[in-house]
Design a protein around this ligand. Structure first.
Ligand code: SAH
Ligand code: SF4
Ligand code: F3S
Length: 444
C-alpha cells in the first residue's frame, strides 16, 4: 500500500563497491530481490529501491557512498515511495554506522554482511517503518541455499570461507566480516555441480584467505583436498581461487596447482611490502626472504604460473629505504601485474594509531614510482606472450569493439575476432599483439 509502483514491476538499482566477496554478495542480493518480484535497472532514476553494497577497506570508497547517497535526496523528494538502503562493510563498524545514521537521514534500510538472508523481512518492514537498521556482529553459522543472479553466464564466484582471522594491522576486513567460517565441502560441491549443470565452465573459489579453508570444520578438509574434490566435478573446466596469504601457502597446495588439471596457473599472492621492518609492523608473519623462497618454490613446481600481488605504499613509518625494498622485491619477483594502494588509515585498526604517518604527497610520489616500475614489468610480461598459442575461455563480447573477449588459464585477457557462438567455449588463440593490460590474437 505504501508503495507507489504497485501496477508495474518494482525495480531495484544495486551499486557494488569493494572486493569479489561484495560482488558475489550482490549477486545473492539480486537473487533474493528477483524472488521478491523485483527486476534490476541500471538507472537509479527509475528505481523503487536503491541499494549500496559498501566497502570500508580504504577511505575513498567510503567517501563515494556519502557523496552519492547525499545526492539521492532529490530523487527521494520527488518519489516518496523510493526506498534507499545501505549494506555491506560500512555498517559493520559501530562508529561508521553512527555516522551513516547521522549524515544520511533519508536512508530507509541498513543491514550488514552477516544478515543478507534477512533481506525479505527487512524490506517488508522498511515499507512501513521509519527506518530499519539491523546489523549483526558476527555469524554463528553459514546460511546455505540462497539464490543468486550471477553477472557472467560462464564463470561463477563460489564462497568457500567467510571472514578473516589475520588482523593485519592496517586492515578493517576482520572487523567487518567476522571470524573465519568454512562452508562444508558437501555444500560447496552441491553448488559447483549445480553450476556445471547450468553450463558454467569456470569457478573462482572465494575467501579472504582460502589457504586456511577447513581448519574450523569438524571433519577437517584442507584447501588442497577441496580443490581435488572440485577437480572431479564433470563440466567444470577451470578452477581459480583468491586470496592466498603467503604465510599459509602449504606445499600441499602448490602440488595441487601443479597436479590438478583444472586448477589454473594463476596465483594472487599479496606481498604488501618488501620491507621486513614494515612487514612486521603490518603483522604479516613473513619476511621478504621467505616470500622470495616461496615464489621460487612455486615457480619450480609450476613453471608457467602467473603471479600477481597487492602492494601498499606509505604504511606508517615507511622510509625511503623501506620503499626501496619494495621496489627491489617487485624487480626480483616480476609479477605480471599488481594492485598498488596508497595506505589509508582505517579507524579502529592498530596502524591508524601508529606514529609517523607518512605525508600524503610522499605517499603519492612513491605510488607513482611503483606504478611506473610495475607497468614496465607488466608490459614486458605481456610482450613475452607474443607468438604463443593459448587456451582462452570466451566469456563476453568486448563492449567497445564487439570482439570476443576471454581469459587464458593464467588469467590474462585476450581479445580476438570470431563468431559469437564461441561464447562459453574454450578456444585456442595465437597471441599477436601485447598491451600492458590485455592481449590480442587470432584463432589458431
Ligand atoms: N584478504 C586479502 C585482501 C583483502 S583487501 C588479502 O589478505 O590478500 C585487498 C587489499 O587491499 C589488501 O591486500 C591490501 O593490499 C589492501 N588494503 C587493505 N587495507 C588497506 C588500507 N588500510 N590501506 C590501503 N590498502 C589496504
Ligand atoms: Fe585484511 Fe590481512 Fe585479512 Fe587480508 S589477511 S583480509 S589484508 S586482515
Ligand atoms: Fe571492502 Fe569489505 Fe571486501 S571492506 S574489500 S568489501 S570485505
Amino acid at each position: 500500500m505504501s508503495h507507489i509502483n504497485t501496477n508495474q514491476q518494482r525495480k531495484f538499482y544495486l551499486k557494488t563497491l569493494g572486493c569479489q566477496m561484495n560482488e558475489h554478495d550482490s549477486e545473492v542480493i539480486a537473487g533474493i530481490l528477483a524472488r521478491l518480484g523485483y527486476v534490476q535497472t541500471e538507472e537509479c532514476t527509475e528505481a523503487d529501491l536503491i541499494l549500496y553494497n559498501t566497502c570500508s577497506v580504504r577511505e575513498n570508497p567510503e567517501r563515494k557512498v556519502y557523496g552519492q547517497i547525499t545526492s539521492l535526496k532529490q530523487l527521494k523528494d520527488k518519489n516518496p515511495g523510493l526506498l534507499i538502503g545501505i549494506c555491506g562493510c560500512m555498517p559493520q563498524q559501530k562508529e561508521e554506522l553512527e555516522k551513516l545514521l547521522a549524515r544520511l537521514p533519508h536512508v530507509d534500510l541498513i543491514f550488514g554482511t552477516h544478515n543478507i538472508h534477512r533481506l525479505p523481512e527487512l524490506l517488508e518492514r522498511a515499507q512501513t517503518e521509519e527506518r530499519v537498521v539491523e546489523v549483526w556482529d558476527d555469524s554463528q553459522e553459514v546460511v546455505e541455499d540462497l539464490p543468486a543472479i550471477r553477472a557472467n553466464k560462464f564463470k561463477a564466484f563460489v564462497n568457500v570461507i567467510y571472514g578473516c582471522n589475520n588482523f593485519c594491522s592496517y586492515c578493517v576486513v576482520p572487523y567487518t566480516r567476522g571470524r573465519e567460517r568454512s562452508r562444508s565441502p558437501k555444500d560447496i560441491l552441491k553448488e559447483v555441480r549445480r553450476l556445471a549443470d547450468e553450463g558454467y565452465k569456470e569457478v573462482t573459489l572465494l575467501g579472504q584467505n582460502v589457504n586456511t579453508y577447513g581448519a574450523d570444520l569438524d571433519e577437517k578438509t584442507s584447501f588442497a583436498e577441496l580443490l581435488s574434490l572440485i577437480n572431479d566435478v564433470p563440466g567444470v573446466e577451470r578452477i581459480r581461487f583468491t586470496t592466498s596469504h603467503p604465510k599459509d601457502m602449504q606445499d600441499e597446495l602448490i602440488e595441487a596447482i601443479a597436479n590438478l588439471p583444472k586448477v589454473c596457473e594463476h596465483l594472487h599472492l599479496p606481498v604488501q611490502t618488501g620491507s621486513d621492518r614494515i612487514l612486521k609492523l603490518m603483522n604479516r608473519h613473513y619476511t621478504s626472504a621467505y616470500y622470495l623462497d616461496l615464489v621460487a618454490k612455486i615457480r619450480e613446481a609450476v613453471p608457467e604460473i602467473n603471479l600477481t600481488t597487492d602492494l601498499i605504499v606509505g604504511f606508517p613509518g615507511e622510509t625511503e629505504e623501506d620503499f626501496q625494498d619494495t621496489l627491489r622485491l617487485v624487480e626480483a619477483v616480476r609479477f605480471s601485474s599488481a594492485f598498488t594502494f596508497i595506505y589509508s588509515p582505517r579507524p579502529g585498526t592498530p596502524a591508524a594509531k601508529m606514529a609517523d604517518q607518512v605525508p600524503e604527497d610522499v605517499k603519492k610520489e612513491r605510488v607513482y614510482r611503483l606504478i611506473d616500475l610495475q607497468n614496465r614489468i607488466s608490459l614486458e610480461y605481456m610482450q613475452a606472450q607474443l607468438g604463443k598459442t593459448e587456451e582462452v575461455l570466451v566469456d563476453e563480447l568486448a563492449a567497445k569493439t564487439g570482439e570476443l573477449s576471454g581469459r587464458t588459464r593464467t588469467n590474462k585477457q585476450v581479445l580476438f575476432s570470431g563468431p559469437s557462438d564461441l561464447l562459453g567455449k574454450l578456444v585456442q588463440v595465437k597471441i599477436t599483439e601485447a598491451k600492458t593490460w590485455s592481449l590480442r590474437g587470432v584463432m589458431a
